[in-house]
Design a protein around this ligand. Structure first.
Ligand SMILES: Nc1ncnc2c1ncn2[C@@H]1O[C@H](COP(=O)(O)OP(=O)(O)OP(=O)(O)O)[C@@H](O)[C@H]1O
Ligand SMILES: [Mg+2]
Length: 530
């Protein structure tokens, strides 16, 4: 049985309810409830009378990072925006126009940039609505932080650019790399033949230089569009950076004070160490160029936790490079990762440094961001996911096995559909003392093996060829000769080949364009290992 007190309390509550209903006969929320809706809105809501703030909710105070509502209401509206909007128009002028439009045409939406009390700008989407209260015309402003949306839009744009350039580069890289094999290879042969004829050798040197530059250009574009051949291995990022810094010091020169602040614990990541070094070198050389007189450069690493969009936590290695150089303007910072964007003179920059960096980091599953205060500093930050794997003792690609005997009488079966490349490789291999049999595609190669009863030690084959490609040929020959060694060569990138199903992962592949001597080294190493 409820006691008397409880009955009394229930009666009182009921009376209050009825009183409230009487005050609001249509059962609509009362003033306090509206106030609560206003305060609890996640969008910022502000009421402006001419150029003074009349009221705002808590979300406005939080977004602008003010200490209290009173503090915010005392500021002048102009203090909440930068002097200029991203479209270059003065904020003051544009704000007046937007308010005028609201009064003329009614409620409307647009994008705006605000500044927080700590000086950081952020983008918002604004909804302006004219209202009248006690005969006065006021503006009701509701806005929403769209930083995340802008970030995603930026990423999408970047990804589309990468995709387009990737398609273009991937398309020409194959033919271009074949041409470069011939150009660089014959230049190499000519160089050897010309032994001693200084003037002509100088000309050949120029051909090689130009060829090398062309090859680098293709490689950089492939890197940008994430179509580069990466050789990922597990390594400690801190150790690699510590070794690399020794190389950076002379590059930076004496006027730059270079400090490192590497965290104590190892940071194991799975990436291509050579490419990662390239990333740091590119960033450091940009920093050096931004500090022509003197300056400081700091390279720091940390282990950090990040939560992704789906709420999963991942541990990352963070690499931060801070320079005290001239900085990057807000206008330029949008474009610095674009290929060929450079503010340097014609012969000083190609504008491919940062696009390469971006491609390598993205292809390694990481992320890169930049922020800069012009005239003060620039900070590049890279995040790379940590791996549970640990380095194996044998570091592939880092150490070269010793050169095998120089006199080789092994037989090489060369299968290559590009005549210029085929002829070049035959010449080089014969000069090196190998026995060479050449075919133009897989089917021809099988016929050759059959008719001459060949027992090659190594098959050097292109991957994609008419009639029968390299992988199918290798499969058929390996069935008959289990000890046959196979080296694929291709002007396509290996990731492209693997994703197209042309190659299985882990096979030996030499990327075109290659220098003949490097190819010979690869062959010898393969033949020397059993
Ligand atoms: N640390 C930095 N400080 C100031 N500006 C920078 C910095 N890093 C990059 N930039 C700006 O970004 C632009 C693009 O850099 P990127 O490395 O892609 O090309 P580049 O250095 O001009 O040429 P390249 O690297 O191909 O020789 C630079 O021209 C420069 O304006
Ligand atoms: Mg650069």
């Amino acid at each position: 049985m409820p006691n008397e007190n409880q009955t009394q309390a229930r009666l009182e509550a009921r009376i209050r309810e009825l009183e409230a209903k009487l005050a609001n006969p249509d059962d609509s929320p009362g003033h306090d409830q509206y106030r609560e809706f206003f305060e609890r809105s996640a969008d910022a809501i502000l009421i402006i009378d001419d150029d003074t703030f009349v009221d705002c909710n808590q979300a406005t105070v939080d977004m602008l990072r003010y200490g209290s509502k009173d503090e915010l209401l005392q500021t002048h509206p102009s203090e909440l925006s930068p002097e200029y909007q991203p479209d270059g128009r003065p904020s003051f002028e544009k704000a007046n126009e937007m308010i005028g439009l609201a009064f003329d045409k009614g409620s409307h939406r647009f994008e705006w940039e605000h500044v927080r009390s700590d000086g950081i700008a952020f983008p918002v989407e604004v909804l302006l609505t004219p209202i009248t209260r006690n005969g006065r015309s006021l503006v009701h402003v509701a806005w929403r932080d769209i930083s995340e949306r802008k970030r995603l839009e930026g990423e999408l744009r970047q990804a589309q650019k990468m995709e387009a350039i990737g398609k273009l580069t991937g398309g020409i890289a194959h033919d271009f790399n074949n041409l470069l094999v011939a150009i660089l290879g014959y230049a190499d042969l000519l160089d050897m033949e010309l032994n001693g004829q200084d003037e002509l050798q100088e000309f050949v040197g120029q051909i090689r230089l130009a060829g090398d530059r062309a090859a680098t250009l293709v490689r950089k574009l492939l890197a940008y569009s994430r179509k580069q051949v990466l050789k990922p291995e597990v390594f400690d990022l801190n150790q690699t950076l510590a070794e690399l810094t020794r190389m950076l010091v002379p590059m930076l020169g004496e006027d730059i004070v270079f400090t490192t602040d590497l965290c104590v614990e190892p940071l194991f990541i799975k990436a291509d160490p050579g490419q990662l070094e390239q990333v740091v070198v590119n960033l450091a050389s940009n920093a050096r160029d931004a500090m022509p007189g003197e300056g400081t450069l700091t390279l720091a690493t940390r282990r950090i936790q990040r939560t992704d969009a789906t709420g999963n936590q991942t541990t990352f290695a963070a690499v931060r490079m801070t320079d005290s150089g001239e900085g990057i303007s807000a206008e330029d910072i949008e474009k610095i990762f674009d290929p060929f964007f450079t503010t340097k003179g014609l012969d000083q920059g190609t504008g491919l440094g940062l696009s390469t960096v971006h491609g390598i980091i993205k292809q390694s599953g990481g992320d890169i961001s930049v922020c800069s205060v012009p005239g003060e500093e620039t900070v590049f930050e890279i995040y790379l996911p940590l791996t549970q794997e640990r380095p194996s003792d044998r570091q592939p690609g880092r150490t070269r096995s010793p050169r095998a005997s120089l006199t080789a009488a092994e037989t090489i079966l060369l299968v290559e559909d590009e005549p210029a490349v085929s002829e070049l490789i035959q010449t080089v291999l014969r000069q090196e003392g190998f026995k060479v049999h050449a075919a133009g595609n897989g089917r021809e190669a099988l016929e050759l093996v059959e008719s001459l009863d060949l027992k090659p030690d190594l098959l050097l084959t292109d991957v994609i060829m008419p009639e029968m490609g390299g992988p199918e040929l290798a499969k058929q020959l390996e069935a008959k000769m289990p000890s046959l060694k196979v080296l694929f060569s291709s002007g396509y990138t290996d990731s492209a080949l693997i994703s197209r199903g042309a190659l299985e992962e882990g096979v030996e592949l030499i990327q075109k364009p290659f220098i003949p001597a490097v190819m010979v080294d690869r062959l010898r190493n393969m033949l020397a290992t059993s």
